[in-house]
Every structure is written in C-alpha cells, then in structure tokens.
Write a protein of this length. Structure first.
Ligand code: FAD
Ligand code: FMN
Ligand code: FES
Lengths: 313, 246
C-alpha cells in the first residue's frame, strides 16, 4: 500500500507514487520487475528509443569514480519497431505508469519516433532526451541551444497528445534559458538532470578508461549540482519538474521536492541498492507522518518559499 | 554471511559465503555480484565467478585477486560479517563432455574449478600462470576423481615451462570440447588453436558491470551479431562469438 499522500500529477500523468525509474539504468524494465519489489514505483521511464536500432559505444562503457558512475553506453537501443513489438506488450501489463524516452540524431527522427508511439496502448507519456548531438547542426547537443531545443520539442509536440516531458542536459551555462525554451515549445513538464559530461584515465595503460573517451557522470557525486538546477528551473518555469541526479535515500528525494520538483527519479541508485525505491518510499511516508503532513505536494518548493513558516502544514 | 576466509598468497583471497539460494541453484560459469559495504564510496557491486559450491552447507566460495579498492575491502572481510551478494547470474558453461580440456590462466581458474567439479568422468585441466606464486589454487580443491591437472608456468618455476597455449599445441585436435578462462591474450591464442583444430570452445569473459542483470547495457562485448551483454548472454561465449577484432 502506498500512502495516498504520495500521489502526484506530473504534467498530466497521474502517479500513485512520486518515485520513478530514470531512463537508462532500468533498461526496458523486465529485468528489474522480475527481481525486485516494484510496488512503490510510480512510473518507469524506459531507455531511449530511436527510429532505427542504434549500436551503442565500444566497451568499456562503465567506470566507477568516488560516489559516482561514469557511463558511455551510447544510447544503444533496438529501435522503435522492436520496442513496440517486443518490449511494450510486457511493460504495458506492469503496474507503474510507463513513460517512453525518445532520442534522435535529427528533428525528423524525434518526430517520427513520437508519431510511432502516439496512440499505443500502455504508454502514459513521453520524455524527450535532448542531450543527443544534432547531426545536422555540427553535432552540438540539441539541449545546449535554446533555438534547437524549441524546434525539437515543438516537432515532437505536433506529433502527440501524450503528456510530454523534456529531459534537460546539465552541460549548459544557464539551465533556465533551455527550460523556458522547452516550456514555450509545449512541454508539459521537465526532467532534470541528465548526466554531467566527464572522463577518467587509466594511469597504467595511460589511456582513457571509457571506450568512448568521454562519458556522463551520475550518482551521489552529482546531487548538489542537480539540486541547484532543479531550484533554478523551478524559478524559471510554471510546468512541473521531475528531479533526478544521485538520489539513493528519502532525504535526497525530499531535497529535490523542497527545491521545487513534483516527483523524482532514481537511476544509478538501482545499481547501488536494487531495493532503493521501496526504501525511499518508506522514508517519505515516515517523514510525512513525523511532520504531520497530509500530502507530499505541500512540500513542493518548500525551501524556496522560506522553509518552515508556521510548523506543520 | 562470510563463513570462511582463506588468505591464500599475497594478493589473493578466498571467501566462503552462506547463501542458500545461490548454492542451491548455481551452475558452473555463473557469477555473483558482491555489494561493497563502504557506503557511497563504492557504488557498484563487483562481479565474481563462483569458484566452489557446497549444497549441503549451502555455501559458495569466491577466489579473487586483490586488484583495487573493492577487492581490498573484500580481502579485509571478517568471518561472520554480513555481505550482500546477489545471484546466481548470467549464462554459464554448457554441460561438460567426457574427455574435455579445461584451460585456466591465473585467477581464471575460478569458474573452471566449479566446472571441473560438475562431472566425475575423465577430463583434463591445464592450469597456467606467469610464475609459481600465481598458481594459487587452495589445496584440495582440484583433488577431484578422474581429473588430470597439468600445471604450467612461463618461467618454469612450477610444472611445465611455457604458456597454456604452448601445451595445447600437443593436445589438439582430440578433446571433444574446450573451456577456458583467463587473460585476453591467452584466450586469443587459445581461440586461434581451437579454430585451426576444429575444437568447439567456450570462454568465460569479463567486462565492467553495473546492474549485473541485463538492464543497463554497460557490460557489452562485440560479437558478430552486434553487442552482447556479458552479464546476460555471457559471461560464457563460444569462441566464434568473441575476440573477433584486433
Ligand atoms: C563475470 C565476471 C567474473 C569475474 N570473476 C572473477 C573471479 O572469480 N576472481 C577475480 O579475482 N576476479 C573476477 N572478476 C574480475 C573482478 O570483478 C574485478 O577484478 C573486480 O571487480 C575489481 O574490483 P576492485 O574494486 O578491486 O578494482 P577497481 O579497479 O578499483 O575497480 C573499479 C571498478 O571497475 C570494475 N572492474 C575492475 N576490473 C574489472 C573486471 N576485470 N571485470 C569487471 N569489472 C571490473 C569494478 O567492478 C569497479 O566497478 C570477474 C569479472 C567478471 C565480469
Ligand atoms: C547507465 C546509464 C544509462 C543512461 N541512459 C540514459 C538514456 O538512455 N536516456 C536518458 O535520457 N538518460 C539516461 N541516463 C541518465 C539518467 O536517466 C539520469 O538522468 C542520470 O543518471 C542522473 O540520475 P542518477 O544519478 O540517479 O543516475 C543514463 C544514466 C546511466 C547511469
Ligand atoms: S551489467 Fe548491466 S547489462 Fe550487464
């Protein structure tokens, strides 16, 4: 049983729990759903889907660093058709809400994937990953340029009536500009943050640790950075936010909510502790009881409103 | 729970764990993920092949080389301490036919010792390393009925002198199947010999892992069919599937 006080509406997606599986670490869901108790999970955001299969990056694809993980999977995925035929039927039966993360190497590909997913049973929303390099604009990530962000989100918006989340890249000088561009293009919510760009070197072989040289940093190491960006985005837009970046405990999740997130997602935390979601849910419920708060929503942005004003809300 | 610890030689350790589910269901070539108990410092669990299994005592043991911080932590584990391990994971070896050849390089012995213990019919294990101090199998483990063990070191400090591949030259063709685990260069050499002699072969390979269950796509290796997951389709692959480039 999930405390009814934990239910939230994320840009039109009704979630029984504010805890989601972030896109990527959770794959297409089956592996974890078979093994762990997923009853506390409000939604699953599946790994990015492109139009045609993408092969992914050469190994090694993973490297551990202090309290963090560097990955360069390269958005390996089986493509839209395979996903719809093989993965979706299994996932649609699962209890949590299903959000499909979409990727593309140009605007047409994003739009085509969105069109292909629209109207399919079992899909509750889309999340557009705008951290992909735009191959038609010199390989610059869509999500680092407000005009490109506006164009790609607009193109996806025109293809679907599903609730639309836009996943922001933290590798930008000012997250609020991109956040506003996504909102203006019709996003129903924003997800942040994606991984921070980084690298590691093996001093014995004197070569980069990752096959792709550069990768994305996630895990507890990035939490303060992610939290700040959620705070900034909350000031900049009116649409709800899905906060993520290093969450492994209820205390972490509460910080994101208090910074302005409506719901939160966990990625790398599943590697550290596969039962992470049940533990975070329990911690959230305990916090609500302890502080006599009826609904988690009351805490949304609490830290931005000057903290506790007159005790319990 | 750690039930036994054997510090075998400098830099090598064997830990036994009470783990009824794993001990009851594992088959040779499968691995477990060992979760670090250092808080956030080490986020990822470490993969280890199952070295021995004792169904009656509901125990499995792991044989490992101390490589970095994770294996250092494990080597300092105390008997009676609680560690979280998950498994059995991955797809292990196919059934071992009589007369098979097993080839272990260094710490690559771990999955092959479990495989060798799976039948009592005659089979041969070539156990090689650079030097005698790296032949670290704890006493007794390889005292199995009808198992012939041939030790080989590159510097000749124990057993035959040379590499495992040198020894194979004289033994192939003949055996119905070959199973190997060890460093990349050794497996590449063994693969070439197996292909030339028409010997079916299976290798246990390594890649960095995060989830260990097939979700994250972090442990990919290149195969002729594209990338495969070491934790799900592997860690055991046929010789044709792996080491095809460089
Ligand atoms: C299927 C499988 C079975 C294995 N079985 C054994 C075994 O029986 N005995 C044994 O000694 N070793 C085995 N290994 C290798 C073992 O997992 C690594 O030596 C160990 O993870 C090193 O951890 P560390 O923290 O000490 O080293 P670090 O170098 O500090 O590790 C840093 C990170 O890299 C990862 N890593 C480093 N080397 C490897 C590697 N070779 N493979 C996978 N991940 C690695 C670690 O998990 C960790 O996330 C196996 C690996 C795989 C994939
Ligand atoms: C192995 C791995 C794969 C990922 N794959 C994707 C992906 O396909 N699409 C995406 O939008 N984000 C992807 N991410 C980013 C996560 O969804 C998340 O934004 C980020 O890791 C921060 O959260 P965390 O610290 O909880 O992992 C991936 C992250 C990891 C670690
Ligand atoms: S370790 Fe995650 S897919 Fe293999």
């Amino acid at each position: 049983m999930i405390n009814p006080g934990l239910s939230v509406n994320l840009g039109g997606i009704e979630l029984a729990s504010p805890l989601l599986a972030a896109s990527g670490p959770f794959g297409y869901g089956h592996e974890y759903l078979e093994r762990i108790d997923c009853s506390a999970l409000g939604g699953i955001i599946v790994k990015g889907i492109s139009l045609k299969p993408w092969p992914g990056n050469p190994p090694p694809r993973l490297a551990e660093t202090a309290s963090g993980l560097l990955n360069a999977i390269g958005l390996q995925n089986p493509g839209l058709d395979h996903f719809v035929k093989e993965d979706l039927p299994l996932l649609a039966r699962a209890e949590p809400r299903l959000i499909v993360n979409i990727v593309g190497c140009d605007i047409d590909e994003y739009a085509a994937v969105a069109a292909g997913l629209s109207g399919l049973e079992g899909i509750d929303g889309l999340e557009v990953n705008i951290s992909c390099p735009n191959l038609k604009a010199g390989g610059i990530a869509f999500g680092t340029d407000p005009a490109e962000t506006y164009k790609v989100v607009g193109a996806v918006r025109r293809q679907t009536n599903l609730p639309l989340l836009v996943k922001l890249s933290p590798n930008v000088t000012d997250i609020t500009i991109i956040a506003r561009a996504a909102e203006a293009a019709g996003a129903d919510g924003l997800s942040l943050i994606n991984t921070l760009s980084g690298m590691l070197i093996d001093i014995e072989t004197r070569k980069p640790l990752l096959g792709n040289i550069f990768g994305g940093l996630s895990g507890p190491a990035v939490l303060p950075v992610a939290l700040k960006m959620v705070w900034q985005a909350a000031e900049a837009v009116k649409i709800p936010l899905l906060g993520m970046g290093g969450i492994t405990t209820a205390e972490d999740a509460l910080q994101f909510i208090m910074a302005g997130a409506r719901a939160v997602a966990v990625g790398t935390g599943f590697f550290y502790e596969p039962e992470v979601i049940s533990q975070v849910k329990e911690g959230l419920e305990n916090y609500l009881v302890k502080h006599e708060i009826k609904a988690l929503g009351k805490l949304e942005g609490a830290a931005r409103k000057g903290g506790i004003i007159n005790g319990a809300c | 729970m750690v039930t036994e610890k054997q510090a075998i030689a400098p830099g090598y350790c064997r830990l036994s764990f009470k783990a009824p589910h794993i001990a009851g269901t594992a088959y040779p070539g499968q691995f477990v993920m060992v979760y670090m108990n250092s808080g956030y410092r080490h986020l990822l669990p470490r993969p280890f092949s199952i070295f021995t299994r004792n169904r009656d005592k509901e125990e499995v043991s792991l044989l490992f080389a101390v490589k970095g911080q994770g294996t250092e932590l494990m080597a300092s584990a105390e008997v009676g301490s609680l560690w979280k391990i998950s498994g059995p994971l991955g797809s292990g070896f196919p059934a071992l036919p009589e007369g098979s050849l097993l080839v272990a390089g260094g710490i690559g012995l771990a999955p092959l010792a479990f495989l060798a213990a799976s039948i009592e019919k005659p089979r041969t294990l070539i156990y090689g390393a650079r030097t005698a101090s790296q032949l670290i199998c704890p006493p007794g483990v390889l005292d199995l009925p009808n198992l012939e063990v041939i030790e080989v070191t590159e510097d000749g400090t124990r057993g035959e002198r040379g590499t495992a591949a040198d020894l194979l030259l004289g033994l192939l063709p003949g055996p119905p199947a070959l199973f190997a685990c060890g460093p990349g260069p050794m497996l590449r050499a063994v693969k070439t010999l197996c292909l030339h002699s028409g010997t079916p072969a299976w290798f246990s390979v390594e890649e960095k892992m995060a989830c260990g269950i097939g979700a994250c796509l972090g442990c990919a290796v290149q195969t002729p069919k594209g990338y495969s997951r070491v934790c799900r389709e592997g860690p055991v692959f046929s010789a044709e599937e792996v080491f095809n480039n460089d």
